[in-house]
Each structure stands twice: as structure tokens, then as C-alpha cells.
Write a protein that binds this ligand. Sequence first.
Ligand code: NAI
Length: 331
Amino acid sequence: MKTLLFSTKPHDRRYFEAANQGLDLSIDYLDARLVESTASLCAGYDIVCVFVNDQLTKAVIGQIASLGVKHIALRCAGFNNVDLAAAEQAGITVSRVPAYSPEAVAEHTIALMMVLNRKIHKAYNRVRENNFILEGLTGFNFHGKIVGVVGTGKIGRCVINILRGLGCHVRCYDPHPDTSLEELPDVHYVPLNKLIEESDIVTLHCPLTEESHHLINHSTIDKMKHNVMLINTSRGGLIDTQAIINGLKSHKIGYLGLDVYEMESELFFQDKSSDIMQDDVFARLLSFPNVVITGHQGFYTDEALRQIASTTINNLMLVNQGNTDTNTFIA
Ligand code: NAI
């Protein structure tokens, strides 16, 4: 079976070639994203391997099915970019990497919190210019703060463990609570509204679904504490970006840390440093001194990249063997 890997970056090729050593599965690598205009490139391939910003819409799935593609292998956990019903209808199976080093994303989440709090992004530049003034760099102690964790799955749980070590009081919301977490001192499940109202810091770790789309909006921001810290390392669509811009302008949001952005597919993973920024909303976000944005790099550790490559290669082998009845197959 032949596989075509879309949205390939140099690291994908390195880690996939290492994982494929000795197996010699037939894999070709493409820089291009899989969207309607590139779907015709799938001719002659049985499997497409895609990432977070490839667009597996109904139209794209129809196109690739007619070209003979039998399987979509996601090399990520989230699958909000795949129309699963269309895949099922077209007889295309779908696999993903359900867990790859949740610690990687959790640690990046905490890094964003720490950078924002202690204003490391500003301090770094000041010191490089021999400016050793501290004025404007005041932070706060995490110890004793209330942190609201929305989504207590694999990543949320790792975040909670780190926060407990810092001496934080944790409030959680999840439609499917993990009872083992409730046994921990200072960790309590509460309704979402209560979490929003009580937390000094709110961090998002739930998937993007119809239900969670714009979970953070004008009305939730109104209910937040003044000067709240908001962190999103999950999916951009969880936040109504215009609403957080208003929240930043009114000083309701005192700190914003993002690793994901609603319209990131037009920006992230590409070098746009010589271009004129066309996304005015993103440009406005960058203009705030209390906003730190990274370009979807939460997963980007050696351990996670190894795991992504090895689980995906294993999924490709399972497809080759006609064995799609494991927990990595979602359709
Ligand atoms: P998981 O499936 O282990 O946990 C997700 C949790 O969210 C579950 O407990 C689920 O019940 C809960 N949930 C579902 N809907 C919810 C809602 N409306 N409100 C609150 N909780 C809800 O997933 P995991 O591995 O913890 O990943 C979480 C998210 O992190 C992924 O969906 C993905 O979007 C994002 N992610 C980001 C990465 C990055 O590089 N920045 C890398 C990997 C994942």
C-alpha cells in the first residue's frame, strides 16, 4: 500500500524515516496541505497521512475516495478537521494518535503561564538592551491561586499534577469527570460557570466539538475575574477571538497565552516573516503587551515526535493487515 504524507516538515520526514527503518513501508512526502485544490495529488495512493490543519471536508473526502484512497491516518490526537460521517459513507477508515506525550502539551501550557506571569518575554528583551529596570515586571505567586482546568483528559490531568506541585487550588470542569482526581486534596469538579467565576487562571484542555465551539465568548468573559489569565493550548475554535480582544482592551483579561488560533491554518507552520500580515485580528492580538502566542508547538518535543511517528507507522501496518479494530481507529 502506498501512503502520501501531507503538510510535511523536515522533522516529520526525519522521525517517520527513523520509525519506518526496517519496515520499508512505501511513503512519499509532500509539503502541501491537503485541501480541495491539492486533493488530486492523491491519485495512485491508498492512504493519506495528515496533520491538524489539513482539511478533510466532505468535498475533499469525496475527491480522494474517487481516486482510490482507502484510509486517512491522522498524525495527531484531535480529529475536528475530518468529516467522519463523510469518511464512513465513502468507506474510508480513519486512524489517529490518541495519546502522545500529554506531558509535552501540559509543560508548554505551564511555560506560557510562567512567561506571562513573570513577563519573561519583556525581561529577555530588556536585558539584551542592557536595561536592568524592574518596573513593569511585577508578577504574582502561583502558590494559593485558583486555577480552572476545562477538560480533565490526558493533558488536563498532567496540567493538574504540575499545578498541585506549585500549590494551586484546582477547579475542574468536564462532562465526564474523573473520579480519581476528586480524591486529591484541593482538586474539585465544579459547573463551568462556577469555574469561570472563581478562577484566577483558566486553561483549556478539551477537544473542539460543536458543543465546545466558542466556549470562551463575550458572556463567559463577562463572568471572569478582573485581570484573569486565559490559556489555550487546545484548539483555536474554543475561543471567540474578537471577544478576547474586547476582554483585553477592557482589562478584564490581564494575560493571554495561546498556542492555537481559530484561523491558524493560514499562518502556522509557515515562514511568513517577509509577508504583510493579512489577518487583522491576529495582528491586533500581537499588539498587546500581555499576550504571548506560540505557533502550535505544544506537541513539539522529541518524545512526542517519536511517539507520533511510531504510532502512525503502526496504524499504517494495521491498515496493510486489514486490522482496523483497535483504539487508534475512529471510523
Ligand atoms: P482527551 O480526550 O484525553 O481529554 C479531553 C477531555 O475533554 C475529556 O475528558 C473530555 O470528557 C473533555 N471534554 C469534552 N468536551 C468537553 C467540554 N465541552 N468541556 C469540558 N471538557 C470537555 O484529550 P487530550 O489528549 O487531553 O487533549 C486535549 C486537547 O488538546 C485535544 O483535543 C487537542 O485539541 C489538544 N491538543 C493540542 C496539542 C498542541 O500541540 N497544542 C497537541 C495535542 C492535543
